[in-house]
Structures are given as C-alpha cells and as structure tokens.
Design a protein around this ligand. Structure first.
Ligand code: GRF
Length: 203
C-alpha cells in the first residue's frame, strides 16, 4: 500500500513504521513524510531512510482548510492511498478528510474512549488508572473518535507519572501501529459502522 505519514515531533512511531517496512513486517511503500514544523525530528528520520519529505507550516496558512488542501495536494502527488498520523498535532477538517475518507488512521496514547485529547498519558497517571494503553483508529471529524482497529493495554502503577507511564505506552504504540497498518495493507480490515472487522487478527 502507498503510505503517507504526517508528523509534528519526534517521530518515534514513524521510526517503528520505517523499521517494520525494512524488516518485512509491514507491507507498505512509504511515499512521503510531511511535517507541519520544519524542526520535527521525524523529517530527519525519513531523510535517513531515503524517504521523500515535505514541510507544510500551518502558521503560513490563513485557515485550516487551506493548510489541509496543501497536504492533500502533496499526498495525492505522491500517490498516497493511506495516511498515517503519527504524533501529528493538527486537527484535520473536511478539506482533508473528505478526499481521504476512510483512509486516515491515527494512534492515540490511551484506551479510547477514555482520555481523548492532549496529555493523555498525564490524564491516565493523574487519574490513577491501573490499565493504561494505546489505540489505533480510523480518523473521523471528531477528535480521537473514529472506529477502533486495535488497542493494547499496559499496567500503570501508583508511583508512575506522566513520563514513566508515557514510556511504557510508547513502547506498546510502536508494536501496534505497524501491526494495524499491515492489516490494512493486506486488505484484511473492513469497517461496519463503528465496528472494525479484521480477518485473521491473530497474525
Ligand atoms: C505518541 O504518544 C502518539 O500516540 C501521540 O503523539 C506521540 C507521538 O510520538 N499522538 P512520536 O512523535 O511518534 O515519537
């Protein structure tokens, strides 16, 4: 599958995706990595892997729809079929989600629908949850809301804080995101309303 990845920051999930593509665990062709900030470390990771990159600065666009339109233009030009948001910190509008309807996925560092939004790791630590985790889901027009493809839990302990819990969650993110993308790449994922059905999900 022709994949485009959008990042804003460190890009460790992008790195996990690159690593799985390299070792054959993810059957995808990463066509382009786009960041909304020039200093996003994810851009450097992509360059090192020989992947095309672009930076589209959101602060250079008067409104969200114009920014989204530029992302769509670049992704289409690169032949992208599936878009993975990997720590991409901008909310996408219909200008993006209509052309890529059903073809955008996101990873969120909590067991949705618990703890949507920012600082999800901190929300979980502050709440004193015993099970934390992460979710890969299709993106719809509500934040952290679309149909869930895969979730994985990690333990949370009383002495955890945002940082320690965040590390444990992130390690799990790196396992489930490439897995979910691989299922989609293999054509094994079907959406029925809010339910995502994965054929042979054990593999
Ligand atoms: C991850 O925790 C992801 O779930 C969240 O933002 C963080 C991005 O980390 N949406 P990275 O840039 O992939 O290292």
């Amino acid at each position: 599958i022709a994949l485009g990845v959008l990042v804003s920051g460190s890009g460790s999930n992008l790195q996990a995706i690159l690593d799985r593509v390299a070792d054959g665990g993810l059957d995808a062709d990463i066509r382009i990595v786009i960041a909304n900030k020039p200093d996003a470390q994810g851009l450097e990771r992509a360059r090192k892997a020989g992947i095309a990159t672009a930076c589209v600065r959101h602060d250079e666009f008067p409104e969200r729809a114009a920014f989204d339109g530029e992302l769509v233009r670049l992704l289409r030009e690169a032949g992208v079929e599936l878009v993975a948001l990997a720590g991409f910190m901008r909310i996408l509008t219909p200008a993006f989600l209509t052309p890529f309807a059903g073809r955008v996925v996101n990873i969120h560092p909590a067991l949705l629908p618990a703890c949507p939004g920012l600082r999800a790791q901190g929300q979980q630590a502050d709440h004193g949850v015993r099970l934390a985790g992460c979710t890969v889901h299709f993106v719809d027009e509500q934040m952290d809301h679309g149909p869930i493809i895969i979730q994985a839990a990690v333990p949370a302990y009383p002495d955890d804080d945002e940082a320690t819990l965040g590390v444990r969650i992130l390690e799990m993110e790196h396992r489930i995101y490439p897995q979910a993308l691989h299922w989609i790449a293999q054509g094994r994922v079907r959406v029925e309303g809010r339910q995502v059905v994965v054929r042979d999900a054990s593999r």
